[in-house]
Design a protein. Structure first.
Length: 73
């Protein structure tokens, strides 16, 4: 599905068609979660538990960067 970026005040936004909102079971005011995958950016309905887990994972990756680098070799 092709979406167009539009101006929203001083920012930019994407308008989601009603059909897509219905498929995602979203309404105005709901939150989405965006994260990077090997295939691109994934948008999903906001999941506070997933967000917390992602924050912990990012913190571990920052703090233990050298250890993770050695494990990757």
């Amino acid at each position: 599905m092709k979406l167009k970026i539009t101006t929203v005040g001083n920012s930019a936004g994407v308008i989601l068609p009603k059909e897509l909102l219905a498929r995602l079971r979203l309404e105005k005011g709901d939150e989405l979660y965006a994260f990077e995958t090997p295939d691109g950016i994934r948008l999903t309905t906001y999941d506070p538990e997933l967000a917390r887990q992602m924050e912990v994972a990012e913190q571990v990756m920052r703090e233990d960067r050298q250890v993770l680098h050695k494990l990757a070799q």
